[in-house]
Ligand binder design. Sequence first.
Ligand SMILES: *[C@@H]1O[C@H](CO)[C@@H](O)[C@H](O)[C@H]1NC(C)=O
Ligand SMILES: *[C@@H]1O[C@H](CO)[C@@H](O)[C@H](O)[C@H]1NC(C)=O
Ligand SMILES: *[C@@H]1O[C@H](CO)[C@@H](O)[C@H](O)[C@H]1NC(C)=O
Ligand SMILES: *[C@@H]1O[C@H](CO)[C@@H](O)[C@H](O)[C@H]1NC(C)=O
Ligand SMILES: *[C@@H]1O[C@H](CO)[C@@H](O)[C@H](O)[C@H]1NC(C)=O
Ligand SMILES: *[C@@H]1O[C@H](CO)[C@@H](O)[C@H](O)[C@H]1NC(C)=O
Ligand SMILES: *[C@@H]1O[C@H](CO)[C@@H](O)[C@H](O)[C@H]1NC(C)=O
Ligand SMILES: *[C@@H]1O[C@H](CO)[C@@H](O)[C@H](O)[C@H]1NC(C)=O
Length: 615
Amino acid sequence: MRSPTTLRLFSCVPLLLSTASAASNVVSLDDCPSCDTLKPAIQNVDDCPACLALLSAFQSIALTGDDPFITTLTSLCIGLGTADPDVCTGLIAREGPILAHDLRSISITPTSSPSSTAQKLCDALMGMCVSHPVTPFTVPFPKPAPTHPKVFKSRGKPIRVAHLSDVHIDRMYTVGAEANCTKSICCRDFDDSPPTPPTVPALPNGNSHCDSPISLADSMLEEIERLNPRFSIFTGDVVEGATWLVDQAEVTTDLQAFDARMAAKLSASIFPSLGNDSAPVNAFARTSSHAMNDSQFVFDTQSAGWEQWIKPAAASEVKHLSGSYSAQVPGRGLRIVAVNTQYWFKQNFWLYDSDVFQPDPNGVLAFLVDALQAAEDAGDRAWIIGHIPLGKEDTMIDQSNYFDQVLQRYRNTIAGMFFGHSHKDQFEIAYSNYSAQTAENAVGVALIGPALTPTSGNPAFKFYDVDPDTFEVMDASVFFTNISESGFQIRPTWNLYYSARTTYGPLVGLPPNEPLSPAFWHNLTEVFVANETAFQMFNTFISRGGAVTPCTGGDAGECKNTTICDMRAFRSENNCDTPAEGFSLRRRGVDQIRSDADACEGTGLARMFSRMFGV
Ligand SMILES: *[C@@H]1O[C@H](CO)[C@@H](O)[C@H](O)[C@H]1NC(C)=O
Ligand SMILES: *[C@@H]1O[C@H](CO)[C@@H](O)[C@H](O)[C@H]1NC(C)=O
Ligand SMILES: *[C@@H]1O[C@H](CO)[C@@H](O)[C@H](O)[C@H]1NC(C)=O
Ligand SMILES: *[C@@H]1O[C@H](CO)[C@@H](O)[C@H](O)[C@H]1NC(C)=O
Ligand SMILES: *[C@@H]1O[C@H](CO)[C@@H](O)[C@H](O)[C@H]1NC(C)=O
Ligand SMILES: *[C@@H]1O[C@H](CO)[C@@H](O)[C@H](O)[C@H]1NC(C)=O
Ligand SMILES: *[C@@H]1O[C@H](CO)[C@@H](O)[C@H](O)[C@H]1NC(C)=O
Ligand SMILES: *[C@@H]1O[C@H](CO)[C@@H](O)[C@H](O)[C@H]1NC(C)=O
């Protein structure tokens, strides 16, 4: 048995890792009879066959029922010192039944094929067996692309649109609580908080180890209102990151409370999309899986909460189409198409309960196609909004490819795509030919919003200047508040951090009145390759000047190379995040730290699994 100190670096939760090895809470594995039989399987899980053997061993336990499965996994988690006991217990009680259901539903053999569900589950849980190819699937379209696509002409003065994301509000944030704790978020009183006075007491407006206090979210909404947007988009994630405690009741009240706060503070319409907010976190069941309909409460809550902005027809779609909707921006030829990206997210463990390949879980892609076809037929333009951008290693490689097919087909209709999730200020470019990544071939760009939560840099939101007729983005500005400034705890002040047009325009040679087109963003990546100063500026911008990760190196596999490669990867098969088969995610140095943070899903089953059994 490995010692509980074999813990590793996980950039998202450094505190958790550095302190969880304090062996004070270790329970004896002697109390866990089934752990004995697992011993051979849980040692040295360092390649794909070993991961399949591990899953197979757990499958035998799952077949005897959820309870023994949960007991065993919890004993191992606590016994190996993987996380605090309350975190192990809470998380496995929540996510364990889904994993047990998966293991009972699929076949796992040492020769499971690279495209098998078993291998995909190893990828999601442990970062092993990652080199599976895209499963070929041609997305069906109701009509071929028009031979003479509509030309959209620009006329008027730009309108302004706010983009907020990843607010992660902790309604139990407690001023004076410990901000230097052993969990993924601090600044609240946990059941096992020590009685001693805190070493770092939480101050009123936030801390980089804690999710957002309500006061910080209010302050951002007030600033957005002051800037007077025509409308706002919100790309998801409301609930805080104490994933081992979150239940349906909390998710429901948190979502309702933030809907009410946005309604109270913002006078213009808001077009929101769902994030990972469910219970357990990230878990959205497929309707065809005969599982419980356990995310319907999220769809019902947001259908009711969003109706005031998106109107009844779209609210009904939220309820009946698994959280996605299409809505008209009042008085404009623009439709917002919001997609629930959780059905393409590797960490949604409901997606692994069938050996039969599922090209379009819950029909989200089919919905997207219908909504874009309707926009094309009406001569409208569309913006796609969603939580998770599709280019990173945390998105299913298959659905990312299929989404790209939809983009290629409707590229004349799609005027913008907006996401969140990474907590970072980033972009991802789509090409008509990914083997020839040129400005001419750049056909789409996903703009990724920074987060409010201070856990990954300074709190920020984006503001776009948008052409009122083409709905193309003319400028993208980031506003931020600096948590290190002395006045922040008294009253956060928000300032313009930078404008993409002002800062990047001259570097690219962008002519006046031209939009920030996909070609512009491509040319900016060329500038980054050639101009180290410009690239380092971007690298600082990613986290709004807080918690900056050094990033250098022009050769394959080095950080700068990987980062630029990822900017050119709207499809996840094209990113440079994927490790060689058999390599643990954790062996990848700086690039891994970066991409791990990008793919940050907080404390979840995968993080726990890798930490327990990975090498
Ligand atoms: C945080 O807590 C740890 C463990 O209790 C302690 O060793 C460390 O000094 C604290 N850090 C600060 C900045 O007080
Ligand atoms: C959701 O995802 C975010 C990353 O976007 C992560 O920080 C958080 O812990 C996750 N869980 C919840 C409940 O929000
Ligand atoms: C699941 O939700 C769908 C959509 O609202 C509904 O039609 C269906 O009846 C629900 N199923 C169960 C078992 O509750
Ligand atoms: C894509 O680009 C590659 C490299 O330039 C080229 O060989 C290939 O023919 C192109 N494919 C298409 C469909 O144009
Ligand atoms: C991108 O660069 C190419 C090649 O230098 C140039 O022809 C094109 O006009 C540029 N496009 C934009 C939008 O900057
Ligand atoms: C490189 O970028 C910096 C700003 O980041 C700019 O000041 C400088 O002029 C650029 N150099 C060249 C050669 O374009
Ligand atoms: C934030 O404030 C600190 C302390 O005043 C300062 O050192 C830092 O440069 C500021 N960061 C940004 C991005 O302005
Ligand atoms: C990445 O590294 C490879 C090999 O050194 C090189 O061919 C490629 O141009 C680099 N890409 C970028 C974007 O720097």
